[in-house]
Design a protein around this ligand. Structure first.
Ligand SMILES: Nc1ncnc2c1ncn2[C@@H]1O[C@H](COP(=O)(O)OP(=O)(O)OP(=O)(O)O)[C@@H](O)[C@H]1O
Ligand SMILES: [Mg+2]
Length: 223
């Protein structure tokens, strides 16, 4: 068996505000293997986004270990973490997080700002990603000239343009109606069928049922 892609042991996260501290994650252990499609559910405030941010190397754990592809990233430098973020992960958020004054093409090609790819390579990968999400006809539109579902498709194209090993999605359908949400989930599941590992947070059971595994987070622990 190859090493798990993600292997966390006894992970804790404490936020400190002045003299007060808040322990949000309390000793979580979790393995994610290549090709998994994991949904994380749990009540509001249970620490789902906090966990995703740590898994995606957007934030650091307070205690425990995080092995990514067998390498301990708990103490990696900020520079190292930003390289990991831009090469290993793609991110999809509930509010799409698109850049308003950039068109679809420029939003999707954003992740290449941090890599050393050739212009031709960037161009063909960007076009392919936009086609993959069915938005070839909207390529020159700015986000405010798109529907919510289209905006989320742009965000998915941006997440997959670098061909990341892992896509992390935090409530990707939270701002969409159920029909559009299902279309987005179809797209996400297709990525998984093509081999991308997926970690998704949702509080919607119907959305979670698209995944292969469900973990429930409550009071900072998996139940
Ligand atoms: N930067 C921060 N500093 C201090 N406390 C924080 C910070 N970010 C989150 N928290 C607190 O940590 C707890 C968990 O927040 P988190 O955003 O992970 O919850 P969640 O499970 O994603 O909730 P939701 O379903 O509402 O998105 C909350 O009580 C929140 O107030
Ligand atoms: Mg959240």
């Amino acid at each position: 068996m190859p090493a798990p892609l993600i292997d966390i042991t006894n992970l804790s996260k404490e936020y400190t505000m002045g003299s007060k501290s808040l322990e949000v994650l309390k000793g979580l252990s979790l393995c994610v293997n290549q090709g998994d499609f994991l949904a994380i559910m749990g009540p509001s405030g249970s620490g789902k986004s906090t966990l995703l941010n740590i898994l995606g190397c957007l934030d650091r754990l307070t205690a425990g270990t995080y092995l990514l592809n067998g390498v301990d990233v708990s103490h990696a430098t900020d520079d190292k973490l930003s390289v990991i973020r831009s090469t290993v992960f793609g991110f999809v958020f509930q509010n799409f997080n698109l850049i308003h004054n950039l068109n679809v093409y420029d939003n999707v090609s954003m992740p290449f700002l941090y890599t050393k790819s050739s212009k031709n390579d960037i161009h063909s990968k960007t076009l392919n990603a936009i086609k993959d999400v069915g938005l070839a006809k909207r390529i020159h539109h700015n986000p405010q000239e798109l529907s919510g579902g289209e905006m989320q498709r742009v965000a998915i194209a941006r997440a997959l343009v670098n061909r990341p090993k892992i896509i992390i999605a935090d409530e990707p359908t939270g701002n969409l109606d159920s029909v559009t949400g299902s279309a987005i989930m179809k797209l996400i599941r297709e990525l998984n069928h093509k081999g991308t590992t997926l970690i998704l947070v949702t509080h919607d059971k119907n959305i979670a049922s698209w995944s292969k595994n469900i973990q429930i987070l409550k009071d900072g622990k998996f139940i």
